[in-house]
Write a protein that binds this ligand. Structure first.
Ligand code: ADP
Length: 416
């Protein structure tokens, strides 16, 4: 009987523990019904149970956090078993390997189809992680349903885990590499652009030193040539600064409501003497009934127009024609500069906006002039205004037309 009196509350406690609902209140109830010797045991059980529950809750929370990190991290993670089968993968890995569903149970070789990656995983030992840069072509046509994807540069780190399992972490560093290559190209291009005028200046100074300075005809001629080179250098430096600012997103625009037709006319008047000298006809085409108010930094747009008009004069043979104009197109105003000059080959139409892009300089009126930066800067300036820029050409010898758009000023901002 005494045994039953002792066992019942213990059984009840066990049930409560099983149901995970033992609280302070139920504990006090239980304690009241047991002999005094059993009470400390009950308290002990209660404390242990509470501690266990706290620990479990913490473990669950930690697991949820790790799970969320695993799900959302940008790097790809794959866990492989001893047979190189994938036992765990995160969404980043599935995206990188272009799997339509988690590739669990499939072999790494089958999913990644990359011998270097498989080789890396096979070579990893307990000595420490192995890292390798992998030139990776993602895409398993049967899985992703389309052709092999774009080439990527992947930094892969394989680590050996207990039971011959392996952890593979893949980081896509293609953008970093592209930026690095672009930076290297940029430095090479700048050095090249600087070398030519500096070498010319050096040669001119040497010629002057060797006596040409006292020659009443040659002296001033060499000085003039030096002037031209120095002007070219100054332009290159100022364009480089503009481009650097634009690429760093630090182009300050002083936006105001202004008239596109005025900007076109002013730019045309600035270039008119040069065009005349080159025997080119220059027309401005504007429909006076068009609503041509825009939101723009007039100085910067003037710079874009001067660049386009400068190119048109440079790339159009004598007796040709240049036309500049503006017209309304819905919520935008389109400005254009067309010429009857040397034209641009179809495959170069988008490339002309790349920095340092120049076609054969012999096609230009003044060979060697130009830095190849003008259109890259023009593109940045137009994009910064929220517009677009593009070029059309019917091919070599058939002229070109450069167009760009600007947002039209809302009617309530326009003060006639
Ligand atoms: P550049 O200072 O060399 O003129 P740009 O960036 O302004 O640099 O132009 C890049 C290249 O685009 C030029 O070298 C030329 O090959 C081509 N280009 C630009 N405008 C014209 C044009 N109106 N007609 C033909 N080719 C052009």
């Amino acid at each position: 009987m005494a045994g039953e009196r002792l066992v019942r509350p213990v059984r009840s406690l066990v049930r409560s523990i099983e149901e995970a609902e033992i609280g302070e209140q139920s504990l006090h109830d239980l304690v009241r019904h047991v002999p005094a010797e059993v009470a400390p045991l009950l308290y002990g059980l209660h404390v242990t149970h509470a501690r266990l529950r706290r620990t479990l809750r913490q473990v669950e929370q930690d697991r949820a956090e790790v799970g969320a990190i695993f799900e959302h991290m940008g790097d790809s993670v794959l866990l492989l078993d001893a047979y190189e089968r994938i036992v765990l993968s995160n969404p980043a890995a599935e995206r990188m390997l272009r799997c339509t569903s988690p590739p669990l149970g499939r072999s790494l070789a089958e999913v990644a189809r990359d011998a270097d990656l498989v080789d890396l995983v096979r070579n990893v030992s307990d000595a420490g992680p192995l890292t390798r840069l992998i030139d990776f072509y993602p895409g398993v046509p049967s899985d992703a349903g389309d052709a092999v994807g774009e080439r990527r540069w992947i930094q892969a780190v394989a680590t050996r885990l207990p039971e011959r399992r392996r952890l593979l972490v893949l980081q896509d560093i293609s953008e970093l590499r592209r930026a690095e290559v672009a930076r290297r190209d940029f430095v090479a291009n700048v050095s090249h652009e600087l070398r030519t005028p500096v070498a010319a200046l050096k040669a001119l100074v040497e010629t002057l030193e060797q006596g040409a300075i006292d020659d009443p005809v040659e002296g001033p001629r060499f000085l003039h040539l030096m002037h031209v080179e120095v002007d070219g250098l100054a332009q290159l430096v100022s364009e480089l600064l503009d481009l650097a600012r634009a690429e760093a997103g630090r182009l300050e625009l002083r936006l105001a409501v202004c008239r596109a037709d005025e900007m076109v006319r002013e730019a045309a008047e600035r270039i008119r003497p040069t065009a005349k000298q080159a025997d080119l006809r220059l027309d401005v085409a504007i429909d006076p009934s068009d609503e041509l108010w825009v939101c723009a930094d007039s100085r910067r747009i003037g710079q874009v127009l001067s660049n386009l008009l400068g190119n048109a004069t440079k790339f159009t043979p004598a007796a040709g024609r240049i036309e500049a104009g503006a017209r309304r197109r819905g919520q935008r105003v389109e400005l254009w500069v067309s010429d009857t000059g040397v034209g641009i080959e179809p495959e170069h139409l988008t490339r002309v906006f790349e920095r340092f892009y120049k076609t054969d300089p012999s096609r230009a009126r003044a060979a060697g002039t130009g830095t190849g930066l003008g259109l890259a800067i023009a593109k940045h300036l137009v994009l910064a205004h929220g517009g677009q820029i593009w070029v059309e050409s019917h091919g070599p010898g058939r002229g070109s037309t450069f167009h760009f758009t600007l947002p039209a000023a809302p009617p309530d901002l326009v003060e006639e």
